[in-house]
Design a protein around this ligand. Structure first.
Ligand code: PLP
Length: 394
C-alpha cells in the first residue's frame, strides 16, 4: 500500500517556498496599523485600475438576456467563429492568420501554463531569469526540465538566443517584469535560432497594446519565418479591462514545423474545456467596435501617461531603470546596492509606495524592484512627489 505522501505530485516541492504577495500584504497591514491616516500608493500588483467600459458590460448583459429568449448552450470549445473572425480581421489581417489558427480561452495564464501538455516529458523548457513566474512554475509542476536564460543589466535585460538548444522557449515582450520590449532585429534572431534548432517559441504578448513604435512589431507574425516557429499569446485582460471577466486567445499556426500542434491543441480543448461563455465572447467582440476601441486606446494612453510621470521622476532623481516605454512596468535598480526587500521596505516606509521586489521574479531579479503604471496619472503624480520628497531627505 502507498503512503499518502507518495500519492502527491512530487514536483510541487520544486517551487520557491516564499510567495511574495502574502509578505507584501502583511507589511502593508502593519504600516496601515501604525499610520492609519497615511495614503498608500499601490504601484505593486499589475491589475487594471479603471472600471469596465459600459459598452462592454452592455454587450455581455444583452448576450445574457438573449439566452433567456433562445437556448444558447455549449459553444465551440476553441471559441465562437464570430470572435475568431473579428480578431483575425482586426489584429492579424496583414499577417494572414486564419480563424482556425485562433483558440479562445479564459486567460493567458491558462494558455501559457497548459501549452507544455502537448510536449513530451523529456522536453527542455527555457525560461528567462527574471521571468513572469507562471512559465517557470507551470513547467516545474508538470515535471518538465526547466533551464534558465539569465537576463543582465549589461544587455539591457533583452533575452539573446543561447548557444545550447532548447525545445520550448518562453519569451515575454513587452516584458513583465522588466518592462523591456524586443525590436524587429532582436525577435528575428530568435526566429532564426528557433528555425535552426527546430525549437518552438511561446511568445507572451499580452501587453502589445502598449507598443508605440514602428520599430517594435505588434505581433511576431509581422516577421519572416515566425509562423514556422512561434505560438503567440494575447489577452483582453490589460488593454480591455478583462482581468475580472477572463478572455484570451492563442495563435497556433498550421505552418509550425511541428504541424501537429494546431490539431493537438484543438483535441486537447475538446477534451479539457467546454469553452468560454457566450456573453464573455460577445463582450470581447464589442471591444473592436470603432468607438469602443477608441475608448480602450484612451485608457491605455492614460496608463502610459502615468508611466511617463514615473519615468521622468526616476530620471530626475538620477536612478537607473529599464522599461516603462512600451509597457506598463518599470524595472528599477535599487540604489546603493540594497537588496530588493530592503529597498521595498525603504519605499514603503519613506514614500508609502508599494513596489514588487525583483527577487520575486527569480534570483536574477535581486537588486531590482518593479513598479506598475496601472494607476491614474494623478496618483502617479502624488507618488512622484512622495519619491522626490523621500530622496531629498536621504
Ligand atoms: N502574461 C503576463 C506576462 C502577465 O503579466 C499577466 C498578468 O499579469 C498574464 C499573462 C495574465 O493574463 P490573463 O489575465 O489573460 O491570464
Amino acid at each position: 500500500m502507498r503512503d499518502n505522501a507518495s500519492m502527491l505530485n512530487p514536483h510541487f516541492q520544486k517551487l520557491q517556498t516564499a510567495y511574495i504577495f502574502p509578505i507584501i500584504e502583511r507589511k502593508l497591514l502593519e504600516l496601515q496599523k501604525d499610520h492609519p491616516n497615511q495614503k498608500i500608493f499601490n504601484l505593486g500588483v499589475g491589475d487594471i485600475s479603471l472600471p469596465l467600459l459600459p459598452e462592454i458590460a452592455k454587450a455581455i448583459s444583452d448576450a445574457t438576456y438573449q439566452m433567456t429568449q433562445e437556448p444558447i448552450g455549449y459553444g465551440p470549445c476553441g471559441g465562437y467563429p464570430f470572435l475568431k473572425e473579428i480578431i483575425c480581421h482586426n489584429e492579424y489581417a496583414p499577417f494572414g492568420v486564419t480563424p482556425d489558427e485562433i483558440f479562445i480561452s479564459d486567460g493567458t495564464n491558462t494558455d501559457a501554463s497548459s501549452i507544455q501538455e502537448l510536449f513530451d516529458q523529456q522536453t527542455t523548457v527555457l525560461v528567462t531569469e527574471p521571468t513572469y513566474p507562471v512559465y517557470r512554475d507551470a513547467n516545474l509542476i508538470a515535471g518538465k526540465k526547466v533551464e534558465f536564460l539569465q537576463l543582465t543589466e549589461k544587455e539591457g535585460f533583452i533575452p539573446r538566443p543561447p548557444k545550447e538548444r532548447a525545445d520550448l522557449v518562453y519569451l515575454c515582450t513587452p516584458c513583465n517584469p522588466t518592462g523591456v520590449t524586443m525590436n524587429r532585429e532582436e525577435l528575428s534572431h530568435w526566429i532564426d535560432w528557433a528555425r535552426q534548432n527546430k525549437s518552438i517559441l511561446v511568445l507572451d504578448n499580452v501587453y502589445n497594446a502598449f507598443i508605440s513604435s514602428e520599430d517594435i512589431p505588434s505581433s511576431i507574425y509581422a516577421l519572416e519565418g515566425a509562423k514556422e516557429v512561434a505560438i503567440e499569446l494575447r489577452s483582453f485582460s490589460k488593454w480591455a479591462g478583462f482581468t475580472g471577466l477572463r478572455c484570451s486567445y492563442m495563435i497556433i499556426p498550421k505552418q509550425l514545423h511541428l504541424e501537429q500542434l494546431n490539431q493537438l491543441w484543438a483535441k486537447r480543448m475538446d477534451i479539457k474545456t467546454n469553452g468560454i461563455s457566450y456573453p464573455i465572447q460577445k463582450g470581447a467582440a464589442v471591444c473592436y467596435d470603432k468607438s469602443v476601441k477608441e475608448k480602450l486606446q484612451n485608457q491605455v494612453a492614460m496608463y502610459q501617461k502615468s508611466s511617463i510621470i514615473l519615468r521622468e521622476t526616476l530620471h530626475t532623481l538620477d536612478q537607473t531603470f529599464f522599461g516603462g516605454e512600451h509597457s506598463p512596468y518599470i524595472w528599477w535598480k535599487t540604489p546603493s546596492q540594497k537588496n530588493s526587500w530592503e529597498f521595498f521596505d525603504e519605499l514603503l516606509e519613506g514614500s508609502r509606495i508599494i513596489s514588487i521586489p525583483g527577487s520575486g521574479f527569480g534570483k536574477q531579479g535581486e537588486g531590482y524592484v518593479r513598479l506598475s503604471c496601472f494607476v491614474s496619472p494623478s496618483l502617479a503624480q502624488e507618488a512622484a512627489y512622495a519619491l522626490q520628497h523621500h530622496f531629498a531627505a536621504v
